[in-house]
Design a binder for this molecule. Structure first.
Ligand SMILES: [Zn+2]
Length: 432
């Protein structure tokens, strides 16, 4: 097994197609269902961000889904953003997908995505068919879809667990029937990054189809490897990444769009890729998806977590502020927050230091001496709050140094019980 270190892979710069499935695979996460209007708004934002293909839904799954896909196809499809609908490999599903995206097809901006399982386990247990019957389904299904639309994606469900010779045969059959994109998913989130790399490489080589055919990666995050696997798959020769905003999706979710995009953007020497996404809009879209799905983004989630660019500990804060003073940003952090629509922040916690306290006070219009900053910080830390707001820092300073009810030397000598009583009063004041 060769080492799939991406740094050793020499490739020409290639264009990556982002296919966002937030509205289809993402919405399949239990409890993530969105309304028709919410899905349309998200689709519009994804298009504004520059997503190449929006998988808008599984049209045959319900009349509501069909209507939702239809409206997105009418209002969002453009030269820059295609609208895609999912269909099983049967005429009824394909017809439903085709009619739903008809407005997009008429603008040459529609895609039908047909899929069938190709692993022996799925063929036997789920489909109850033979390999030969699956090949026939692929041939008939893709040809039928091609009758409606020139842009056809074929997905081999559970591809990673499929017999590789048979999978290559499925790929050839789909391409001969008219498929233009071939998706090789790790449907159950089983692969480890180097295995997925070799898998993609091997299937592309075995299938040996025209260079015009786009291979696609689609990874699930059951082991926390969806982003890594997607990047390894792209390095192995795939050109399309299927992903969801905030990494939502079935079980532990899909690969996160923002993670794949920012990993590429911030590691250009490792990933010689380009894309049309405007990453500056990531924050806006992430917050919209969080709001409408109700799936709260964890604070420490890469790229879009609330604390992903915050510094709370004194040592880091000291370094970050010194660097800012010399015009340098992100000395602690591998991703430039501005590129994803965020800002680097200093947050006062009980781990914070004097430099951060002085910095926060300065932001509040207060030039504090180091001694004052230390004193305010010490007082703030006794409040018991996990995060001390700039307003509270300001209130403590004013209480101590402007409203001279308690001269500094008295406050400094104040018994602990009186300090906490005073801070309790201040907390009540800042709450209101
Ligand atoms: Zn999936």
């Amino acid at each position: 097994m060769s080492s799939p270190n991406p740094q050793n892979i020499s490739q020409p710069k290639k264009r990556i197609i982002f296919m966002d499935s937030t509205l289809r695979d993402g919405e399949q996460a239990p409890g993530a269902a969105m309304t028709h209007a919410q899905k349309l708004e998200i689709a519009q934002k994804l298009a504004e961000m520059g997503v190449d293909v929006i998988e808008a839904g599984f049209a045959a799954s319900s009349p509501e889904d069909w209507c939702s896909v239809r409206e997105i196809a009418e209002k969002v499809a453009s030269e820059k953003t295609k609208i895609c609908a999912l269909a099983r490999c049967n005429p009824k599903d394909i017809q439903s997908a085709a009619t739903a995206i008809a407005p997009a097809i008429s603008k040459n901006a529609g895609r039908i995505h047909v899929f069938v399982a190709t692993s022996d386990k799925h063929i036997a247990t789920k489909l109850g068919k033979t390999r030969a019957e699956v090949l026939e389904m692929i041939d008939k299904g893709v040809r039928y879809a091609r009758g409606f639309c020139k842009d056809i994606e074929f997905s081999a469900e559970d591809a990673f667990n499929s017999d590789r010779a048979f999978l290559a045969e499925c790929v050839k059959t789909a391409v001969e029937a008219g498929a233009t994109t071939i998706n090789l998913p790790d449907t159950i989130g089983e692969a480890v990054h180097f295995q997925y790399y070799e898998f993609i490489k091997e299937i592309i080589a075995r299938a040996n189809v025209s260079k015009e055919i786009v291979f696609s990666v689609h990874c699930h995050n059951d082991k926390g490897l969806a982003t890594a696997n997607s990047l390894f798959g792209l390095s192995a020769g795939a050109c399309q990444a299927e992903c969801c905003m905030n990494g939502i999706g079935e079980r532990a979710g899909n690969a996160a769009l923002e993670e794949i995009a920012m990993a590429i953007q911030s590691s250009p020497n490792v990933y010689p890729f380009e894309f049309q996404l405007d990453t500056h809009k990531i924050k806006e879209v992430s917050e919209l998806v969080e709001k409408y799905t109700g799936f709260r983004v964890p604070n420490c989630k890469p790229i879009v977590g609330k604390t992903a660019y915050s510094h709370g500990s004194g040592i880091h804060q000291d370094g970050v502020i010194k660097a800012w003073e010399t015009g340098v940003s992100c000395i602690y952090g591998a991703v430039n927050p501005k590129e994803a629509g965020y800002t680097e922040q200093i947050v006062i916690t009980r781990h914070s230091g004097i430099r951060a306290a002085a910095y926060i006070l300065k932001q509040q219009g207060i030039i504090a001496t180091p001694e004052q900053a230390r004193h305010v910080l010490d007082m703030a830390k006794t409040s018991g709050k996990k995060i001390i707001s700039p307003a509270m820092m300001k209130a403590i300073y004013e209480q101590q140094y402007l409203k001279t009810k308690y001269p500094q030397k008295i406050v400094s000598n104040m018994p602990y019980s009186r300090v906490t009583t005073k801070l309790q009063a201040m907390r009540e004041h800042t709450k209101s």
